[in-house]
Every structure is written in C-alpha cells, then in structure tokens.
Design a protein around this ligand. Structure first.
Ligand code: G4P
Ligand code: NA
Ligand code: NA
Length: 189
C-alpha cells in the first residue's frame, strides 16, 4: 500500500523513540480516500475466508474497521472500553492490559452480535504488544465463533504483538511494518 507508506513516512512523527504519532491521517484527522484503500486491501487479503463479521475496538479501530466491513459487505462490531448505560443485555467481557498506558481496561461486546458459525476478521489501527487484538480474539472464542485473521494498519515490529499472535495460531496481516523508531527515524521492515 504505497499511499499508506507514503503518509507514514511523510506525516508520521516519532515520540520517545517508540511511539508513532499519525494524527494527520489516522488517529485524529482522517483521510477517507486512504481509509477506503485500507478497507479494500484487508478485503483483498482475506477474500475467500467467508468472513461474516469485522470486529474492532473503539475508537481508532472504527474507521479502518467500517471501511473493511463495507468492502467485505458484512457488519462491523466495535468492542467498547467503557460500560454503556444502554448496554443492559448480556455481554462478553475480557480484560486488556495496556503496556503503553499501564492500565487494565475491560472491553465488552454484546452477546447479540457474535454467534457460533461467525468467521470474524479482527481489525485495528496499531499493533504493539498485541493485548487488544488478543482480547478481541478471546471474545470471539467466548462466542464459539472463529477468528479468521487479524488485520493491522500499522504494526510496530520491534514490539512483541505479531510474535505473540502468530504463536497463538492467528494469521496477522499488517499493511505497514515499522522495524524501528530509534533516533526518531522511521524504518520499515
Ligand atoms: P497493544 O494492544 O498492541 O498491546 O497496544 P497498547 O496497549 O500498547 O496500546 C494502547 C493504545 O495505544 C492503543 O490505542 C493503541 O492503538 C495505541 N498505540 C500503541 N502504539 C502506538 C503508536 O506507536 N502510535 C499510536 N498513534 N498509537 C499507538 P487506544 O488506547 O486503544 O486508543 P484509541 O483506539 O481510542 O485511540
Ligand atoms: Na487502537
Ligand atoms: Na489509538
């Protein structure tokens, strides 16, 4: 995805040698043309997998998630990080620890939206330690559904997420793989 790689290289800002700020096209201001391309690319990568649902987590996963769901012609579910006042029905709950933020969040999905027989594509904006993706995968498994794969917009390959998820047997497809942010310089794999 040349368009995405160009944006990362031209507009990405490195913080503390390990965080990539992409507020100009992914995490704050968003570029809809780029987002559509991202959705189409995940749909292409996972074509033939009979995906029935896309699953992401609020908030930054929603944009790439909805474009992927559109391209696959299925629904998007986003896991919530806070308990919703109107979410009175039965929910799947998993704990997700964030190393970046040093806090544990409970993520929830209504039991209404996942069922045995679903083949679920998990999508997220960043892969760092893999905790969020793993929590989403555990929710899919709680539902008796199947994880068809994990699609990541930007993978930080110098952190353990990919290794942890592939070791657990999941197929991980990342559109951009960042090898290093050391010295404030973005190096791709
Ligand atoms: P993990 O799930 O892979 O273990 O990641 P981690 O807990 O470390 O990440 C916590 C949050 O920080 C996540 O967003 C994740 O997307 C984001 N993040 C991690 N590394 C980077 C990075 O290098 N650049 C940017 N821009 N974000 C990063 P979140 O807290 O769930 O927030 P949001 O989705 O509401 O924005
Ligand atoms: Na995120
Ligand atoms: Na984020």
């Amino acid at each position: 995805m040349k368009l995405l790689i160009d944006k990362v290289m031209q507009e990405g800002i490195v913080l503390d040698n390990e965080v990539l700020k992409v507020d100009s096209f992914l995490n704050h201001q968003m570029d809809p043309v780029l987002m559509q391309e991202i959705g189409r690319e995940f749909a292409r990568l996972f074509a033939g997998q009979s995906i029935t649902k896309v699953l992401t987590i609020e908030s930054s996963g929603i944009a790439p998630g909805i474009m992927t769901a559109l391209a696959l012609n299925v629904r998007l579910i986003f896991a919530r990080k806070r308990k919703s006042l109107t979410l009175t029905e039965d929910i799947f709950v998993e704990k997700v620890y964030s190393f970046t933020k040093q806090e544990t969040n409970e993520i929830t999905v209504s039991r209404k939206f996942l069922a045995p027989g679903d083949k679920v594509l998990i999508v997220d904006d960043f892969l760092a330690n893999g905790e969020a993706a793993f929590g989403l995968a555990r929710i899919v498994e709680q539902a008796g559904a199947e994880v068809a794969g994990i699609g990541i917009v930007i993978e930080k390959s110098f952190q353990p997420g990919r290794r942890v998820l592939t070791k657990a047997g999941y197929r991980v497809e990342s559109l951009v793989r960042v090898a290093s942010l050391a010295g404030g310089k973005i190096e791709l794999v």
